[in-house]
Design a binder for this molecule. Structure first.
Ligand SMILES: Cc1cc2nc3c(=O)[nH]c(=O)nc-3n(C[C@H](O)[C@H](O)[C@H](O)COP(=O)(O)OP(=O)(O)OC[C@H]3O[C@@H](n4cnc5c(N)ncnc54)[C@H](O)[C@@H]3O)c2cc1C
Length: 471
């Protein structure tokens, strides 16, 4: 009996899709760079169903590709073109199992949409702080498997820091129940960390215990114009110090990005009368009403203006204004599409080195491809810059994208020289799996391969992703 037949016998009919039309949306990634094929799409509702699918697939030697919200940016969530694997979507496992407000934890299934998790925490007067542009579509299992970052990592950390326990179905179908809600547990290797950031190559995460935080009673949102990139770093340090580390976001937007947003994304605007470069979108949050964030921060801004670190700054006077300022940050991402083809890099360097990195990288790229638009924006407070390159005017999109490999090499070699990472928050997936051999040591790759072999000896979990092909 083949595996599809066995799955049809085991699962209720609505759990399995085999019609090409119904399967199609699951087989193409967010950026439409990868178009895969699959034997079927399985949509289990329970951990026990996931376990059954996994053991049937293991017995038949069939590969499994887990998928959450399919918003990943490295092609890791869609199967290869061979059509020999099962796509396992977690979208129907979307229950919030428990919220323990006193313990500041919640237990959620992997298919929960991130925004739903944030809302459930809010309803319990708690904060789940992970926040990113795709939060209305991405799912917790995907956030865990990519170790997602976003706009509040500076204060709360990334998904790895926000997780206390996991439930995982192993490639052979056994269930590891590690849903511990403990802040302290030194009883051997921390297994959950292996599955976080593994991009579905070691097992299927079915549920997680997440950390919650006090819901901030006040927020302060500031849009500032820095004198230059170098000025941003001392400002970051001063704001952290003066606020008692209440800084949650420190995002950078270059002038070129604001201009493109205003040209292409309705609702975008210039908060200042004069042109500046770069801009900083800054947010602070305080858990208590007794703290006067504004009184803490205004003197820092005034001194920075006086000393010439800042050229201008505006504090949002209302929540509506704060939302409009944050809209600009989202518009900067959106404006890239209408601006033409782009070659994207999700890099990190030590925070103190960002200005030097950008000062060196920009002319290198502009010399390599005259007219290229360096569109570098992002999570400056984490040293994580989306160092994107936009199609130069007068160059065909295909001619531009043909240069991807050569331009990646220039960017990533420089990142390596600064002690950085070629994937800060998006993962390796298919996009960077071969490139990583140039930047990770042999010993690191070998250890990763050994972990993979120990947990997935048949090599059935998300083949062709994260780990480089064996040479
Ligand atoms: C507009 C936009 C903005 C974004 N901004 C950010 C940002 O600021 N920060 C950031 O980090 N990312 C960002 N991303 C990328 C993306 O949203 C994140 O990587 C997100 O965590 C992916 O979640 P997902 O549910 O869509 O996962 P998917 O794309 O479905 O899957 C991602 C990976 O996880 C694996 N996987 C999914 N679920 C499971 C599971 N249950 N068990 C095991 N493996 C699983 C998949 O096989 C794949 O390898 C952005 C994307 C978009 C489109």
């Amino acid at each position: 009996m083949d595996v599809i037949e066995a799955l049809h016998r085991e699962l209720p009919p609505d759990r399995l899709l085999t019609e090409p039309g119904a399967m199609a949306p699951y087989l193409v990634d967010w950026r439409k760079l990868y178009h895969g094929q699959a034997l079927c799409v399985a949509r289990p509702r329970e951990t026990a169903e996931v376990a059954r699918i996994m053991s049937l697939a293991a017995a038949a030697g069939v590969a499994i590709v887990p998928q959450g919200g399919n918003t990943g940016l490295t092609g890791a969530s869609v199967p290869l073109e061979t059509g020999s694997s099962i796509l396992l979507s977690l979208e129907r496992m979307d229950r919030i199992r428990a919220i323990d407000a006193a313990n500041y934890t919640m237990t959620v299934e992997a298919g929960c949409i991130l925004q739903k998790v944030q809302e459930a925490a809010y309803a319990a007067d708690r904060l789940f702080p992970l926040s990113l542009g795709a939060e209305g579509s991405c799912r917790i299992g995907g956030n865990l498997s990519t170790n997602a970052g976003g706009i509040a990592v500076l204060h709360y950390g990334n998904m790895r820091d926000l997780t206390l326990g996991l439930e995982v179905v192993l490639p052979d179908g056994r269930v590891w129940e590690g849903l511990r809600a403990l802040r302290k547990d030194n009883t051997g290797y921390d297994l959950k960390q292996l599955f976080i950031g593994a991009e579905g190559t070691l097992g299927i995460i079915t549920a997680a215990v997440l950390k919650l935080f006090p819901l901030p009673r006040q927020r302060l949102t500031i849009f500032a114009a820095a004198a230059n990139m170098e000025a941003a770093l001392p400002l970051l340090a001063r704001l952290r110090q003066a606020s008692g580390d209440a800084l949650t976001s420190f995002e950078m937007i270059p002038r070129v990005a604001l201009e493109l947003a205003m040209a292409h994304v309705p609702g975008s605007f210039d908060p200042f009368a004069q042109r500046h470069d770069p801009y900083l979108l800054i947010e602070l949050a305080a858990g208590s009403e007794g703290i006067d964030l504004r009184a803490m921060i205004e003197p820092v801004l005034a001194a920075a203006l006086e000393e010439g670190l800042l050229a201008d700054a505006t504090i949002a006077e209302s929540e509506a204004r704060a939302k409009r300022l944050w809209f600009l940050r989202e518009a900067v991402v959106e404006a890239q599409g209408p601006a033409g083809a782009s070659i994207k890099h999700d890099i990190a360097v030590p925070v103190a080195a960002v200005a030097a990195f950008l000062a060196e990288a920009k002319p290198v790229l502009e010399a390599a491809l005259p007219g290229v638009i360096v569109y570098a924006f992002g999570h400056l407070g984490d040293g994580n810059i989306h160092f994107n390159l936009l199609q130069p005017p007068g160059v065909e999109a295909a001619d531009f994208t043909a240069l991807t490999g050569a331009l990646n090499r220039r960017v990533h070699d420089l990142v390596a020289r600064y002690g950085g990472s070629i994937s800060a928050e998006h993962g390796l997936g298919r996009l960077r799996r071969e490139e990583i051999t140039r930047y990770k040591s042999e010993i690191e790759i070998e250890l990763m391969r050994r972990i993979k072999a120990a947990l997935d000896p048949q090599g059935l979990m998300n083949p062709g992703k994260l780990l480089p092909a064996k040479s």
